[in-house]
Ligand binder design. Structure first.
Ligand SMILES: [Mn+2]
Length: 322
């Protein structure tokens, strides 16, 4: 059980070298992002550091809502004044942290992440795309600093690991370290049952009815190899904001013959699209064509364009896939 990820010396020196940190995560945070931010914040405090947690939000996912008050959503120049350094987690490009990027520019910055795409920023990088969750990198940092996670920290780290691996369903051969980390976290007090409860229960009935609406709206492209659906602003007014995209992805990916799914969400200022792939199609690459990014099997993008203009472009891009 001694297998663990090496942590770059520069990152350890970075943590050692400053007294006050801003820990930042990406927009629309998921369990991996929040688990990473909260556990890293707690780790830094145990090392005697001052920590401020920042996330631009919105906290639209059911399982993340309870933590919103632990984070500041924006930062002015005054707020940045006392900070010595910044650590960005689960995010490798400046646009994914929103307006927080402005006031922190010029501060020393480290990035801890596992995303493949995006324009790199920051001074120190601990970025391992083959690692399935950022919380595994935070866990490696605990080990490198010879700190045992508390039960609360272990739960946060497990929450991120369970989120990004689909409770271990998305793992491939060679990613067995995820299980080693899961075992260590469970030993440290994490409850997988509690993580599952947090991730998959407590939904409103309206959120289920919204799923039904989006399922009824699915378009099949190229004999069902590609499935496309969209959510409008009117749907959001009718059913509420709380999204449950993962349940929708699961339902769509369960359809016979499907290779790639695309789910579009109409916003006030444009359209957000999420892609998931079941085969070897690189949807990270596809998302890049729309100015976004992500992983090979899960990615997303935003376009400041009206829904009726965006959908035809999206259909063409899907049909151009091999
Ligand atoms: Mn992640």
């Amino acid at each position: 059980m001694n297998e663990s990820l090496p942590v770059p010396r520069q990152l350890l020196d970075f943590v050692d070298g400053y007294h006050s940190f801003l820990v930042v995560g990406h927009k629309e945070p998921d369990g991996d992002c929040l688990g990473s931010q909260l556990a890293l914040g707690s780790l830094l405090e145990r090392c005697g550091k001052k920590v401020l947690l920042a996330n631009p939000g919105p906290f639209d996912r059911q399982e993340t809502a309870a933590w919103e008050q632990r984070f500041i959503s924006s930062l002015d120049e005054n707020g940045a004044a006392g900070l010595e350094a910044v650590i960005v987690v689960d995010c490798s490009s400046a646009d994914r942290i929103g307006e927080i990027a402005g006031p922190i520019s010029g501060l020393p910055l480290a990035v801890i992440d596992h995303h493949t795409s995006g324009e790199r920023f920051g001074d120190i990088h601990y970025i391992l795309p083959e690692i399935p969750a950022t919380t595994m990198l935070i866990h490696a940092l605990f080990r490198a600093l010879e700190l045992e996670p508390t039960p609360e920290e272990a739960q946060l780290l497990f929450f991120g690991l369970a989120t990004d691996t689909g409770f271990f369903r998305f793992l491939s051969p060679g990613q067995h370290l995820a299980y080693t980390v899961a075992a260590e976290l469970t030993r440290a007090g994490a409850s997988p049952r509690e993580a599952d409860r947090l991730i998959s229960t407590g939904r409103s009935l309206e959120s289920r009815l919204l799923l039904a609406r989006l399922l009824q709206r699915v378009e099949q492209l190229r004999d069902g190899e590609f499935l496309l659906t969209f959510q409008t602003l009117a749907d959001e007014r009718e059913f509420g904001k709380r999204r449950d995209s993962d349940a929708l992805y699961r339902l769509l990916l369960a359809v016979e013959g499907v290779r790639v799914i695309a789910v579009v969400k109409e916003k006030e200022n444009g359209c957000a699209v999420s892609f998931r792939a079941l085969d070897d199609t690189d949807v990270g690459q596809l998302a890049t064509r729309f100015g976004g990014g992500g992983h090979r099997k899960a990615a997303g993008a935003f376009q400041g364009e009206k829904l009726h203009l965006f959908l035809p472009r999206l259909r063409s891009a899907l049909l151009e896939l091999g």
